[in-house]
Write a new protein. Structure first.
Length: 227
């Protein structure tokens, strides 16, 4: 199996050392940068498979970094944040980061999350299903969603939601089903079913004229109307 290349952008040099050591021990290749600008240059040059990105960085902060990367690629991103309050900003800004951890965090936990995201990405690459519903075109294999021919940018969680709903073929999925499928079973993070509702709301707003296809089923959850 190919060794995935992980870029760490973090200005705390000791933390970079610890992360590199542990990730390499787990069989990953690593690259690192200590500020946003050189991190972005390295990202563009090396095209890593995964990005571990600190929020507070010199020169170019993690939020801007993340936005720029999302315009250019779908490389999975985990953000590192020093403060719990920043989590709201990360989620609220819809940056398209795939996950985040709050410092101090356990390296094992971080690695587990990296693996889980990489697994999801490779699973979805193995499915070559394209679905069309009204003005909406969803290519699960290519990770592309278009509305009336125009590409829509989804975070990978939003994409995963959509994928689960498509695979349910019109059946309703409960919030718990969606949580399990999108975040996995082995989570020790504070995610509750309201998170599902928040993601669905964001997804709806991105689906524009086709938002009505995402149907709330009272006391159950959600379904996607594809006919
Ligand atoms: Ca920092």
């Amino acid at each position: 199996m190919a060794q995935e290349k992980i870029l760490i952008v973090e200005d705390e040099k000791d933390l970079v050392k610890i992360l590199k050591y542990n990730l390499e021990k787990e069989g990953f290749r690593t690259l690192s940068a200590n500020d946003g600008e050189s991190g972005l240059a390295l990202f563009r040059k090396e095209k890593p498979d995964f990005l571990v990105l600190d929020l507070m960085l010199p020169k170019l902060d993690g939020l801007e970094f993340c936005k720029i990367v999302r315009k250019e690629s779908r490389t999975p991103i985990i953000m590192l944040t020093a403060k719990k309050e920043e989590v709201d900003r990360i989620l609220g800004l819809e940056l398209g980061a795939d996950d985040y951890v709050t410092k101090p965090f356990s390296v094992r936990e971080l690695i587990a999350r990296i693996r889980s995201i990489l697994r999801r990405v490779s699973d979805s690459q193995n499915i070559a299903t394209a679905v069309r519903a009204g003005e909406l075109e969803i290519d699960l294999g290519r990770y592309e969603v278009r509305l009336a021919g125009k590409p829509i940018t989804l975070s990978s969680k939003e994409f995963e939601f959509l994928k689960c709903l498509i695979q349910a073929r019109g059946r309703a999925l409960t919030r718990d089903d969606l949580l399990k499928n999108v975040w996995g079973y082995d989570l020790s993070v504070e995610i509750d079913t309201r998170t599902v509702d928040q993601h669905i709301a964001r997804l709806r707003s991105k689906l524009g004229s086709e938002a009505g296809r995402l149907i709330t089923v009272k006391n159950v959850g959600y379904r996607l109307k594809t006919d």
